[in-house]
Design a protein around this ligand. Sequence first.
Ligand SMILES: Cc1cc2nc3c(=O)[nH]c(=O)nc-3n(C[C@H](O)[C@H](O)[C@H](O)COP(=O)(O)OP(=O)(O)OC[C@H]3O[C@@H](n4cnc5c(N)ncnc54)[C@H](O)[C@@H]3O)c2cc1C
Length: 458
Amino acid sequence: MGEVAVQQLQGQVRGDLVVPGDARFDEARKVYNGMIDRRPAAIVRCTGVTDVIAAVKAARASGLPVSVRGGGHSVPGFGTADGAMVVDLGRMKGIRVDPTTKTVRAEGGCTWGDFNHATHAFGLATTGGVVSTTGIAGLTLGGGIGYLTRSAGLALDNLVSADVVLADGSFVTANKDVNRDLFWALRGGGGNFGVVTNFEFGLHGVKDIVAGPMFFEVEDAPKVMHAFDRYITDAPRQLYVVFAWQIAPPLPFIPEDRHGDTFGALIVCWTGNPEQADKVLAPLRSAAPVVAESIGRMPYPAINSAFDALYPSGLQHYWKAAFGGGLTDELVEAHMAHGPKIPVVQSTMHIYPINGAVHDVAPDATAFGHRDAKYATVIAGMWPDPTQNDANIRWVRDYYKAIAPHSEEGGYINFLAGDDMDRVRANYGRTYDRLVEVKTKYDPENVFRFNQNIALGR
Ligand SMILES: Cc1cc2nc3c(=O)[nH]c(=O)nc-3n(C[C@H](O)[C@H](O)[C@H](O)COP(=O)(O)OP(=O)(O)OC[C@H]3O[C@@H](n4cnc5c(N)ncnc54)[C@H](O)[C@@H]3O)c2cc1C
């Protein structure tokens, strides 16, 4: 940006404008994935809608593309870009819960930790992510899978209304009554359409829950996966279960001589009557001998932050993702060939059910194009040491190659790496053509391009 443009923008915003040369620049350009090292033209740390409008207009006037940052968790680092105007919403954390209507309005910079903290005080919650530091914005716009998914649907199924700053700097609201095409596209189309400054969600009565992990021997994992697959098909919807591979961290509930060993794990969350938890979990506990478990009653936000310590900001990230139906013998064999080889304690593979309430919504009702799948699977490579990048990336790629023939084409846009953009049509799935139409209407010049970019397949 030219000096004059910088000065003008500085005068228009209440937040910080950080440009190269500023002592704050290196900190401000960082995102969660430590592998990402990009140099934007300018970063606006917005304090409100006015700042967002000013930043988008200034970007357009200077011919800069816009990179939008909510929680900054995107694995491909879409929240920062070389030569772009970064619109950082990280300081926009206003939240207002309305317990009467069971709704909440939350600004675009909230994380799920901020969100759950506010709604839990009222005994309310909605589907969010399993790590509290993830942003509500990117997670919701791409889908939103979490512990309430089987009972309450995806995060985006709970979205009631959104305030959006469009590519020309104009401000609109999108919901079931106004700008309906935009509202449809926002629910699954990612950050392609504008900057969402405020989200309104519907909430559900959720307070204390029964949750935690149980660990099984690797050789029992096929039995456990099949038992999980059978049970989760029709299990009560208040039950959520994730199958995962996990190297045992040094935690007190795991026998000391097993720290560092690899296990097949089930992470469970039961939001029904706590007295019924043991009965509901029995088919999982009897799948194979449980080596260690730490399942108990806790406030709902506690399970959503249980993994936080394992995943601090700054780790290296490389992920791949797939959608799929049931866990066939061939698929389980592919998991067994690669899962037990997880290289480091932070890396994992998670199989997330997306059945139950997700399947109640018509396949084309929102832009989320893979509703017919039973599972969203992610192979999440996360490791601290950049000198280990090659080995860790190889593990993710080899694992994905093995499960791909037994999976649907395309993966959940929020779980993909940047090198998955060549299959953007498959990643969005059945709604892609309509997404292109809405993108053409609202962002014809592709100002919002740092995302799983719809314009790429146009
Ligand atoms: C540790 C970890 C745990 C995760 N757990 C889950 C999980 O449990 N469930 C799940 O579904 N996903 C999960 N994810 C994936 C997560 O949904 C995506 O990384 C998501 O993009 C994060 O959103 P963000 O706002 O933090 O990211 P950002 O990097 O800020 O943004 C991601 C994308 O969304 C766009 N965007 C962000 N804010 C806005 C906005 N206000 N308006 C318009 N566009 C915007 C950005 O431009 C970018 O394209 C996890 C990711 C990580 C790293």
